[in-house]
Design a protein around this ligand. Structure first.
Ligand code: CMC
Length: 437
């Protein structure tokens, strides 16, 4: 797994403060804006940088994913997401993200075989589910079961051993569909369905998710292709909140399963991966096109704390390219299922149309993101709303593990440890309790 080519110095920036001045290198990568390297700032000027929520901070060098938020461009290892979504399979994309290049036939064969051979879970893990409530949110189950994997696979948690890192990557990518499908089966009160290695990645997931022992499960090629595409679109997205969480946890030397569990926890929030579930709840609450104007007014009222879910993005200030492909996939899936009239889709499209004409959204450059249409597709494919975010986690697992690998192999890697502006009390002496007012 290649480590990223390092950035180059393109110039220097000078920062002066308190009579002193620091000359800071300005670094450039292969694409994207230049970055001021502030690592020596504290030594030279005695100050830190302040950037809560990291809106202006590059936290690492990475050669995996590139986003141009103004142009609406997303590249995995240089390949446009549109081309990968149209032409590639999820496992090809997984290989690309992990190893840096598209595989040839032989390489893909070896990789697919490796993933396929790891799809079963240690049988003892089954017993974990007995401990959960029947109505447990599947993200809660995913988080705990993935975290517990380090207890079941201790032979691949030495982060300094490249072979063990690779085995844990295979294990994560192979087992996460099984864990995700079983979380649903537990909720549904249906028997767990074991993986089938004669099926491809998406077919196997759909089989474990939807099949029941009582009758054969028939795959619909348009739906398996749509599943693959949904996984491709969610596979990686550079240093988003959950990926940064995985990297931060991994920077301490924590084992990969613990790091991915941390990523799953971070993804769960409605501002991040939980948005796909929140979009459907929002559409259900709006209920009818006639209610859209009142809803939009509510969104625009800061005091309401209501957001238009599936809209807006920290990096995209233009159309999220994934949203366009999702919309197209939505039509394909509804067509394949013979759904001619989907009120949720009509409502979503009208909501999008009204929002894109509204000054509030236009001036803030708020566009539909990947989650705006994904929920409608997943619902049509028979996934319960609570499973939307777990499916995002399933797809993002390959991104998390690729970024984790890259970080471990980065010679610049040190424990992640931000500083703060302290605003609390200055040093003061302890007062005995009977002397306190
Ligand atoms: N609805 C209404 N107003 C919004 C929205 C929205 N969805 N998103 C941003 N704004 C407003 C925000 O209130 C702020 O207004 P003002 O300048 O008047 O204070 C302005 O737009 C800038 O937004 P921000 O909060 O500074 O943007 P951010 O980068 O901190 O947040 C975001 C990005 C994705 C968390 C946010 O847009 C949001 O909450 N969207 C809805 C949730 C969502 O769809 N999340 C999925 C993201 S894509 C999938 C993923 O990768 O996770």
């Amino acid at each position: 797994m290649p480590h990223s080519a390092t950035s180059k110095q393109a110039g220097t920036a000078t920062l002066s403060y308190d009579g002193k001045s620091a000359s800071l290198p300005v670094l450039t990568g292969s694409l994207g804006p230049a970055c001021v390297d502030v690592r020596k700032l504290q030594g030279e000027l005695g100050v830190f940088t302040f950037d809560p929520s990291y809106g202006a901070t590059a936290s690492c060098e990475s050669a995996i994913t590139y986003i141009d938020g103004d142009a609406g461009i997303l590249l995995y290892r240089g390949y446009p997401i549109e081309q990968l979504a149209e032409k590639s399979t999820f496992l090809e994309v997984a290989y690309l993200l992990l190893f840096g290049n598209l595989p040839n036939k032989a390489e893909l064969g070896v990789f697919t075989n490796g993933v396929t051979r790891h799809t079963m879970l240690h049988e003892q893990i089954r017993r974990f589910w007995d401990g959960f409530r029947r109505d447990a949110h599947p993200m809660a189950m995913l988080c705990s079961v993935v975290g517990a994997m380090s207890a079941f696979y201790p032979d691949s948690i030495d982060t300094q051993d490249p072979r063990q890192r690779e085995i844990s990557a295979y294990r994560m990518i192979a087992k996460i569909p099984t864990i995700t499908a079983w979380a649903h089966k537990y909720n549904a009160g249906q028997p767990f369905v074991y993986p089938r290695n004669d099926l491809n990645y998406s077919e196997n997931f759909l089989h474990m998710f939807h099949a029941v022992p009582a009758e054969p499960y028939e795959q619909n090629p348009i739906l398996t292709r749509a599943m693959d595409r949904i996984l491709i679109l969610h596979a990686d997205h550079e240093q988003n909140a959950s990926t940064s969480t995985v990297r931060l946890a991994g920077s301490t030397g924590a084992n990969p399963f613990a790091c991915i569990a941390a990523g799953i926890a971070s993804l769960w929030g409605p501002a991040h991966g939980g948005a796909n579930e929140a979009v459907l709840k929002m559409l259900a609450e709006i209920g009818h096109k006639d209610n859209i104007p009142a809803f939009i007014e509510q969104v625009k009222d800061k005091n309401s704390h209501v957001k238009l879910m599936g809209f807006g993005h920290r990096v995209y200030k233009n159309f999220d390219p994934r949203a366009k492909i999702m919309q197209q996939t939505c039509y394909e899936v509804l067509g394949a299922l013979g759904i001619k009239d989907e009120p949720m889709l009509d409502l979503a499209m009208e909501l999008e149309r009204i929002a894109l004409e509204d000054e509030y959204f236009v001036s803030r450059k708020l566009y539909p993101n990947v989650d705006f249409y994904s929920g409608i597709i997943l619902k049509a494919m028979g996934f319960p709303t609570t499973m939307f975010t777990p499916i995002f986690a399933l797809a993002r697992t390959v991104g998390w593990i690729s970024q984790w690998m890259e970080m471990i192999e980065d010679p610049q890697q040190r424990i992640g440890r931000p500083r703060q502006i302290y605003t609390g009390a200055a040093a003061r002496d302890y007062t005995p309790i009977d002397q306190r007012g």
